[in-house]
Design a protein around this ligand. Structure first.
Ligand SMILES: Cc1cc2nc3c(=O)[nH]c(=O)nc-3n(C[C@H](O)[C@H](O)[C@H](O)COP(=O)(O)OP(=O)(O)OC[C@H]3O[C@@H](n4cnc5c(N)ncnc54)[C@H](O)[C@@H]3O)c2cc1C
Length: 501
């Protein structure tokens, strides 16, 4: 007799949205999370009165979140208070030039006109075509199951206009950017987002070239910190009996006769269920939890061939004064070539890059309650992506060096007197991140995503190797991101409903 219908391993956004929708569909559901916090990469911890977001710092493309609430039969605004952040970014170039992109498309045209009049036409063509594409592709690509060729064909039959945009999946991010823009500063301002999908502009899919445009639909910060998103979904699903247990690590998925029938916890307890959902990195799911001896040869070969995503050190800072910033996100940019160089000549060679490229997030601009009165919070990353095992060294030994190097960059390009105002500071190296979320090699987006590992080519939401096992989150279709992992919850729960409803 099963203890639950659904056991969900991991309380990241994919696990929580899948679990909430399972509970709504009448399945007795429990989510098991090894950490003391819910939310995984989209979470917020508190120290000395300051609240710091562990990873994600913003939500763009809110449709998947709205869809989760719609399917739960609840109003998102009753559970998550989203504050619009405008401008989208404030940019600083290596040579000290500053400019901002507002949300409004026409206002952005004026900014581009001042920096690069030659790119106004390209921007207009890009935004006209891109906005139409985003509208048409949203449901079709983001919220449709795409695990197999028949499913892809069914999606195209239902949305024939997506064929027009299919070549974008086959072009690179930088090819799309260079098609529309000539000026290196403008190119850099819409190319660095390839790293939001975990790849440099020369490897990222052209479809991610439109992240920069989707931001003009609005970017939002949830009041209370990023943890308010997973917490809001859990609260909305509590009426349906959703159970969430933190500090509960799953050691194995129990497989009997090729079927997932439950889990074994770290303390040896066994819990039985009709089906199991894993929100973990797919390599961990199959190689550690299911274990190779339970996998067919083809599945073992396939899962072993994936690379884990890049790691990214983060710094969290409390300040006793308002920082001299003018946007939720400040980005220090470089050229497309510099972005590729960081990947090829530093990250891939195991060297920590010394680069101006950095992203500074200022959450207390949107929600002052995240810090004591008059104080502020910054989360920032620079010298990234950085290797998991820097040449000849270990992150625990170089943590202090890294912190000072990162502060030097911050002072040089963004906040000259920041050291005078720091009241509290934490550094999360790739090793710390791995320990916190059990994410292999500190990878921040599950598996690496390039043009060859999207859609059908990513591990499937409904496992083909193990019956009654489902995957959700950043290792599945569309990869890492708040909207994409929420969308994975919609997709994975739709398979479950079809199979077990
Ligand atoms: C530094 C950083 C910045 C980011 N910035 C943004 C951003 O601004 N905007 C955006 O859209 N996206 C951003 N992202 C990406 C986004 O946050 C993630 O892709 C998304 O939150 C991942 O969700 P997930 O469902 O894959 O689960 P994860 O967040 O990976 O959660 C998996 C959960 O499983 C738990 N777990 C692991 N092993 C076990 C086990 N054995 N037993 C039980 N539980 C286990 C972990 O503790 C974790 O809570 C960022 C990510 C990072 C790391």
């Amino acid at each position: 007799m099963a203890d639950y219908d659904a056991i969900v391993i991991g309380a990241g956004l994919g696990g929580i949205s899948t679990g909430a929708l399972c509970a709504k569909n009448g399945f007795k559901t429990v989510i098991l999370e090894q950490s003391d916090l819910i939310g995984g990469c989209c979470s917020t911890y508190e120290r000395d009165g300051y609240k710091f977001d562990i990873g994600a710092s913003i939500v763009e493309i809110t449709q998947p979140m709205e869809r989760v609430f719609e399917l739960l039969g609840k109003r998102r605004e009753d559970y998550i208070d989203l504050v619009p952040c405008d401008p989208i970014y404030s940019f600083i170039t290596e040579d000290g030039r500053k400019f901002s992109y507002p949300t409004d498309i026409d206002e952005t045209t004026k900014v581009i006109e001042q920096i690069a009049p030659e790119d106004v036409e390209g921007w207009k063509a890009f935004s006209d075509m891109g906005m139409e594409m985003i509208e048409k592709m949203m449901d079709a690509v983001m919220l449709s199951p795409l695990n197999s060729i028949p499913e892809a064909l069914a999606m195209v039959a239902k949305n024939p206009r997506v064929v027009k945009y299919a070549p974008l999946f086959l072009r690179t991010h930088q090819a799309v950017v260079r098609k529309y823009y000539k000026n290196p500063v403008i190119q850099g301002s819409v190319a660095f987002q390839s790293y939001f999908a975990g790849a440099p502009p020369e490897l990222g899919s052209g479809i991610f070239g439109f992240i920069a445009l989707s931001e003009h639909l609005g970017i939002f910060y949830p009041k209370g910190g990023m943890i308010s998103i997973p917490q809001g979904i859990i609260n909305a699903a509590s009426d349906f009996g959703l159970e969430v247990r933190t500090n509960t690590k799953v050691e194995n998925i129990i497989v009997e006769g090729g079927k997932a029938v439950g889990v074994r916890l770290e303390d040896g307890t066994e819990m039985r269920s009709r089906f199991v959902v894993s929100n973990l990195n797919a390599k961990v799911t199959y190689l550690k939890l299911v274990r190779p001896e339970n996998l067919p040869k083809w599945a073992l070969k396939a899962i072993s061939s994936y690379e884990v995503s890049m790691p990214c050190p983060m710094i969290y800072v409390g300040l006793d004064a308002r920082p001299d910033l003018d946007a939720h996100h400040t980005v220090v940019t470089g050229s497309i070539d510099a972005m590729n160089d960081v990947w090829n000549n530093y990250y891939k060679k195991g060297v920590i890059p010394r680069t101006a490229m950095s992203l500074i997030c200022w959450p207390t601009e949107a929600d002052p309650s995240l810090a004591p009165e008059g104080h502020h919070v910054l989360n920032f990353l620079c010298n990234a992506p950085a290797p998991y095992a820097p040449l000849g060294d270990n992150w625990d030994r170089i943590k202090d060096w890294y912190r000072e190097a990162a502060l030097d960059e911050l002072e040089k390009y963004v906040l000259p007197d920041v050291r005078d105002h720091i009241t509290i500071m934490d550094v999360s190296t790739p090793l710390d991140f791995e320990r916190r979320l059990l994410s292999p090699q500190g990878g921040i987006y599950g598996l690496f995503s390039d043009m060859t590992t999207l859609a059908l080519f990513r591990p499937h939401a409904r496992s083909r190797a193990i019956k009654n096992l489902y995957l959700t989150g950043s290792s599945t279709h569309l990869g890492g991101g708040v909207p994409t992992t929420l969308a994975s919850g919609v997709i994975t729960s739709s398979y479950i409903l079809k199979d077990h409803g």
